[in-house]
Ligand binder design. Sequence first.
Ligand code: URA
Length: 287
Amino acid sequence: MNGPEQDQGTGGSTDAFALLQFYAEAGVSELVMDEAVDNYSLPETPPAAQPAPASAAPARGKPSLPPRPQPTVSSPAPIPLEGTREAETARETAARCQSLEDLRAALAAFDLCPLKQTAKNLVFSDGNPAAKVMFVGEAPGRDEDIQGLPFVGRSGQLLDRMLASIGLSRQENAYIANVLPWRPPGNRNPTDAELAMCRPFIERHIELMNPEVLVFLGGVSAKQLLNTSTGIMRLRGKWAVYKAGDREIPALPVFHPAYLLRQTAQKRLAWRDLLKLQEKLKELGLS
Ligand code: URA
């Protein structure tokens, strides 16, 4: 590994410090029990048009959240461009794959996506393919393109700390992929055509990986895979259902780590979402 973004030669104490730093930035300032408690959880839907009684005022120091409209995951606006020749070829190619290795090989040989021409490497996945939880990000950046692995730059380091905060790691019990397996040049936003062409591959990737729980990292991943135009601000932290063939997989959209690097105050919300994930894994007997 090289470059200023890489955490070279980290020892256990550095990792522990980084984890503590994440907790601190997420607003976790005290350990009062063995199990973490979500001190920020407030009712999701305060009763409409009922003024809060004076005694219901939030305790000092706790954020007072305004009532939020509920997401519209159930009424999706379909994303266009399905049905182009490239997208159809991608779908047929992906459908023929019977294993993750087949899929990796099929992507390596797939030449219709122009992103492949400018990328250095295919970025297929990282982590444990037997994990019960799969994280899906947007697209590789520079570091990922160089190493051929997802989430290895700064946002990946933050993602690792987020995973560690709830007992997950890519070495052991988490699996990570992206909606796009090639870096868009200069990290520009992916076009609709690129997303449509790569979508059959990530859909097949999810089917073959067959996770019990999905986490969508950021708006691009959440919108693509939930087939909705609702933004991440409204989607995050709310369990949705992802349909993979005849399976329905619980899916949690969360903020993208790169966004959290820019908007550190949002780590508080990210922490709440992580607790929801942890709770779900417990509920399903997966942790
Ligand atoms: N951002 C992503 O969405 N994926 C990566 O692999 C790296 C950064």
